[in-house]
Design a protein around this ligand. Structure first.
Ligand code: SF4
Length: 189
């Protein structure tokens, strides 16, 4: 008798703080239940840098602040049947998108970088240079939510979402019975 194959899940952290990946680990003992149903492919959790096979579910933490984020996100969209934006950074840009609010300058990105690397109150930068090594990914003009770059199938809200909600959502999706969140489970006030 052939064994039922486990679902393949991949994860990525773009412009995020890894808090949403910590929330995945925060499923605690539920992880044991989940791992009986899924295997992890490309992910910081496995340290696989590329997809080994097509995946059923891709989970994205963080929005897009640079060209590498856009590249990775598009690869996930191409290689995953279902794509989930996990947490507020992926859904709406989150904290990194605070730089989008610097609109009082003709060059808001440059102004932001100057404050971060040169003029900021606690900055000690003897070279007065903004890092520009060619190996660094090119920054985008703004930080974009994942849905501005590719089609996203599901959002799991929160900063970070609870491990319990992530677990229950994945289990429901794998069983084909996800019907949205109960309001009480995604209230943060
Ligand atoms: Fe970190 Fe919150 Fe963004 Fe998740 S949503 S990556 S926990 S700041």
């Amino acid at each position: 008798m052939s064994e039922i194959r486990k679902a393949r899940v991949a994860t990525a952290s773009l412009a995020g703080c890894f808090g949403c990946h910590m929330a995945i680990l925060d499923m605690d003992e539920r992880l044991i239940d989940l791992m009986s149903k899924v295997e992890i492919d490309r992910s910081p959790l496995t340290d696989f840098k590329t997809f080994t096979r097509r995946c059923d579910i891709g989970i994205i933490e963080g929005g897009c602040c640079n060209e590498e984020n856009v590249h990775v996100l598009r690869e996930f969209r191409r290689n995953c049947d279902v794509l989930i934006a996990l947490g507020q950074c992926a859904i709406m840009g989150g904290l990194p998108a605070m730089r989008n609010a610097i609109m009082h300058s003709d060059a808001p990105l440059r102004e932001c970088l100057e404050e971060a690397f040169i003029t900021g109150r606690y900055i000690e930068n003897k070279t007065h240079n903004i890092p520009n090594d060619p190996a660094l990914p090119l920054l985008l003009d703004e930080v974009y939510p994942c849905s501005a770059v590719v089609e996203i199938d599901y959002n799991i809200p929160g900063c970070a979402p609870s491990g319990e909600v992530i677990h229950d959502t994945l289990i429901a999706l794998l069983a084909g019975r996800f019907q949205g969140f109960e309001r009480e489970r995604i209230r943060f006030d």
